[in-house]
Design a protein around this ligand. Structure first.
Ligand code: FAD
Ligand code: THG
Length: 840
């Protein structure tokens, strides 16, 4: 990977002399030392408060089950690398991975369906797996009572990671390359100067460093506090027990021979330990642990079951699970638990790891809330990030900057962490909102939305209406809609179809408040934004530009709208909190100076999208300005008034209709809503929600960053090359784009499902029958990113990463719950390709 001169990062890169201190010698710290030294960063010191080789963190007693498949492509890729790497590692002659396979059981139809969905993810992300019969489950695990089992998901390449040997093997390699591991060193302080980390202090002296990585596991918040960095993870205890030897397993020579087993319907998992069975349970109440109150390692007390990360076994929490175990495995009826403990590990508000460099303290990195399963993949990503400036895999779901400020309070982290524990094995719909804490963030229109019967889901802490029951009477006029399967009918309503139609035929109000807004001001603002993004921003005030933030390899960091409000004043429509971090990180003076000043104005402002063919009829009478096409063109911005409310009006539309985004301050939001609502009455204006919004944007082919495209993709293969001006002087990523131009073998491809009644939801594998890839067990050609029913088109629209060059009309199969759903490669945009609806 090249580092191009236009990237001016405050972090020193690729200097062989970077001194790294890693805090913690659990599986993450050991893997990281290995991955860093493998990249030539040999000045690595790992500081560990406990004694090696089993210092007493979560790794010291992790049973090491590795189920690779997850809804997250990133986590699955992490896990695949762990399996690959540990399979090649040995310590004391012991292989660090035992490929016994994995088996997940279904005892309810809902779970069986979910396993079919999971088989889809496995195929999409490249893990072998197959949904199998109850009889096959019994063959694989003869001790189960299969009478209540409906089927299972068998993954032959899953298995057991031997966590401590894997620590040893990676530690030894790192040490051979020059790393140091110092145990019985407790880090007590993080030293910094001028916003950068300079080293750590321990009970046995100070260690200067250019980079400090906290791999302190569930102690993360404690180390974070030393650095002044919030670490959003909640430690919780989880019960693990081993039975007495079972006669049924006597004579077992191997540590384990049967697949690792999950019984999610009862929140349980199992593995063999020779002739005993190890059982883990998530069925009990959440048992939060205060990381600040964890007793230090006590040499006198320490045994495997008595370490800082293990608390006494609470029998009363175990009892109901034991009954469930004995029902599933009748051989346990004559047995008992021999030893058990409540082991502590980390849960984050969204269940994902927290990785990356802190924006509050440069050079201070986090690699926390990581399972053994994902440890090697995480370590590789963090090492690449430190050495090369970015991981090769898209890790935005794990980036510590993903959390909104409102999602970092201890109360939020505690509640959501406990919920993640409780939901670990639940069948979760992709739209399922958290129950608590809600409502957290609401737009100024919230009360009106409630009056209209909004069906709220949640995103980024925001309450977001998906449709409004007040529009239910419009459904009758639609004609019959295809029936939905139970899964795709969740968090969905036919009212969304009515709202989509109202937008295409009349006018609708969309609450766009959660759309992130940044303000960039100062004499250096234009030059800065021009250098950071791909499109031409050197236009007169009044212009809005769709443009891309690329990283130095040409990968898409985000797509933005940049409105030039005044010569030195820009308003940016952005995606995630990471965009703010990225801009601040690269701005002269850190974005807080007079030259360039960057501010997130989302919370203090609000936005309504007024879209549809009647949008002009609605807005024009309310404003003193001329909103005609001639006076207020497409992708233009004006400061004006709507009734009493001063607004910034931008003429653009993510739903592909005539109209405006109207921005004002939060205090005036309700007035803006009411003004538009009153005026809209005679035009039949409706409020419309995100369900319609998603459908309309996919018909129009507008990409969603983080879903359809990420930093793994370049603009050309993602279909947003039109926003790149290669003739522009220079911008981050330009040199890399020139190098990779035309190389791409893949393309974000629009698909239309053939059957008007069929739907898919996203993440499904796509097969190309013409290439023979639809054979049973054959690897898919790609996977769906976004999908939504296109109510205007009368077909479900899906976008998928597929081999480049597929002709329009090519037939494909999308695998949905194990069924092959035929679809056809289409020309985009699928709707209004001549833009006659927007430009008029
Ligand atoms: P740790 O192993 O906790 O390492 C962190 C280290 O940092 C510790 O050794 C600690 O002593 C050290 N440290 C902390 N503070 C300081 C300081 N100030 N100075 C110096 N050193 C410090 N995962 C799976 O993938 N599969 C499983 O089957 C599985 N089962 C589990 C069962 C149980 C009962 C438990 C408790 C966890 C299980 N996990 C499992 C989770 C997994 O064990 C952890 O997520 C993983 O081990 C975390 O590794 P780590 O390196 O981040 O943390
Ligand atoms: N509104 C505003 N900012 C945004 C979004 C938004 N920023 C983030 C995200 N959404 C950006 N995504 C898009 C995607 C497409 C368009 C606008 C924002 C769009 N594209 C037109 C097209 O492709 O035909 C116009 C492109 C052009 O003329 O350059 O409108 O929703 N404020």
């Amino acid at each position: 990977m090249n580092s191009t001169p236009e990237l001016r990062s405050p972090t020193p890169r690729s200097s062989r002399s970077s001194r790294v201190v890693v805090i913690g010698a659990g599986i993450v710290g050991c893997s990281l030392a290995d991955e860093l030294t493998a990249r030539g960063w040999n000045d690595v010191t790992v500081l560990e408060q406990g004694p090696l080789p089993a210092p007493g963190g979560s790794t010291s007693h992790a049973p090491g089950l590795v189920f690779q498949t997850s809804p997250s492509r990133t986590l699955t890729a992490f896990a695949r690398y762990t399996v690959e790497k540990f399979s090649s590692l040995e310590a004391d002659g012991v292989r660090c991975f035992a490929p016994v396979g994995g088996l997940e059981l279904a005892t309810t139809p809902e779970r069986l369906a979910d396993l079919r969905r999971k088989a889809g993810w496995a195929a999409s992300w490249g893990v072998r797996g197959e949904v199998v019969s109850a009889a096959r489950c019994k063959e694989l695990w003869p001790l189960i009572d299969e009478s209540t089992v409906l089927g299972g998901f068998h993954t032959p390449d899953d298995g057991l990671a031997r966590a401590l040997p894997a620590c040893r093997a990676q530690m030894d390699r790192a040490v051979a390359r020059g790393a140091r591991f110092l145990d019985r060193h407790t880090v007590t302080g993080i030293e910094r100067e001028g916003g950068r980390v300079t080293g750590v202090v321990t009970d046995r002296g100070a260690f200067p460093a250019d980079h400090v990585v906290s791999a302190a596991g569930f102690w993360g918040p404690v180390v974070g506090r030393m650095a002044g960095v919030d670490v959003p993870l909640q430690p919780l205890a989880h019960q693990y027990a081993r039975t007495r030897p079972l006669p049924e397993l006597s004579g077992a020579t191997a540590e384990a021979s049967k697949p690792i087993l999950r019984f999610q319907d009862r929140d349980l998992y199992f593995r063999e330990h020779g002739d005993r069975i190890g059982i883990g349970s998530y069925a009990h109440r959440p048992l939060p642990v205060d990381p600040f109150a964890v007793p230090p390692y006590d040499e006198a007390r320490a045994r495997r079951m008595d370490m800082p990360s293990s608390y006494p076994f609470t029998e009363e929490d175990w009892a109901p699970s034991w009954e469930d175990c004995r029902r599933l495995l009748p051989a346990l009826r004559g047995s008992a638990v021999e030893e058990g403990f409540n082991g502590v590990f980390s849960f984050t508000p969204d269940g994902m790891p927290v990785l990356g460099e802190s924006s509050a303290l440069r050079g201070f990195w986090l690699a926390e809330a990581v399972w053994v399963t994902h440890s090697a993949g995480v370590a590789r990503a963090v090492a690449e990030w430190m050495v090369d400036g970015r991981p090769s895999l898209d890790v935005h779901e794990c980036d510590l900057t993903r959390f909104e400020e409102a999602q970092r309070s201890p109360a939020y982290v505690r509640e959501r962490g406990a919920q993640q524990f409780a939901e670990v094995y639940d069948v979760l719909h992709p739209l399922q909102p958290p129950e608590q804490p809600r409502p957290l963030r609401v737009s100024p229109f919230h009360a009106r939305q409630q009056q209209l019967g909004a069906y709220f889901l949640e995103g980024g802490g925001w309450e977001r209406p998906h449709w409004y029951e007040a529009n239910a009477p419009l459904v009758d006029a639609l004609g019959p809609l295809p029936a939905r399967d139970a899964w795709s009918a969740r968090h969905w309503s036919p009212v969304a179809a009515a709202e989509a139609r109202a937008t295409r035929e009349g006018v609708a109000l969309y609450d766009m408040t959660p759309l992130r807004r940044l303000e960039v001001t100062g004499p250096g603002a234009l030059a800065f934004l021009d250098r950071m993004t791909t499109n031409n921003l050197r236009k007169k005030p009044g212009a809005v530009t769709y443009t891309l933030l690329l990283d130095e390899t040409g990968g898409i960091r985000s797509d933005l709208t940049v409105a030039r409000l005044a010569p030195d004043r820009f308003q940016i429509g952005a995606n995630s909190p990471a965009d703010l971090d990225w801009l601040l990180r690269h701005a002269p003076g850190g974005g807080g100076g007079g030259e360039v000043h960057i501010r997130d104005i989302t919370s203090g402002t609000c936005c309504i999208g007024v879209w549809g063919p009647l949008a002009r009829d609605l807005v024009q009478p309310l404003t003193p300005d001329d909103f005609s096409h001639e006076a207020f063109g497409y992708f233009r911005v004006k400061r004006t008034y709507i009734g009493h409310v001063p607004v910034t009006a931008m003429r653009l539309s993510y739903v592909g209709e005539l109209g405006w985004e109207l921005y004002t301050t939060a205090d005036l939001g309700l007035r803006l809503w009411d003004t538009l609502w009153e005026a809209g009455r005679e035009l039949g204006a409706v409020a419309a929600g995100r369900s319609a919004f998603d459908s309309l944007r996919l018909e129009k082919g507008y990409r969603a960053w983080g879903v359809d495209m990420t930093d793994e993709h370049d603009p050309f293969e993602a279909g947003v090359g039109f926003a790149v001006r290669m003739d522009k002087e220079d911008f981050t990523g330009k040199a890399a784009l020139r190098r990779r131009a035309g190389e791409s073998a893949r393309r974000l491809t629009p698909l239309l499902l053939d059957d008007p009644a069929a739907v898919v939801l996203g993440k499904e594998p796509v097969h190309l029958p013409a290439l023979g890839s639809a054979r049973a067990g054959g690897a898919p050609a790609g996977y769906v990113t976004s999908a939504s029913y296109g109510y205007t088109l009368g077909r479900c629209v899906a976008y998928a990463w597929l081999p480049a060059g597929l002709a329009t009309g090519t037939g494909v199969h999308i695998e949905y719950f194990g069924e092959k759903v035929p679809a056809t490669v289409a020309d985009e945009p699928l709707f209004d390709p001549k833009m006659t609806r927007i430009r008029r």
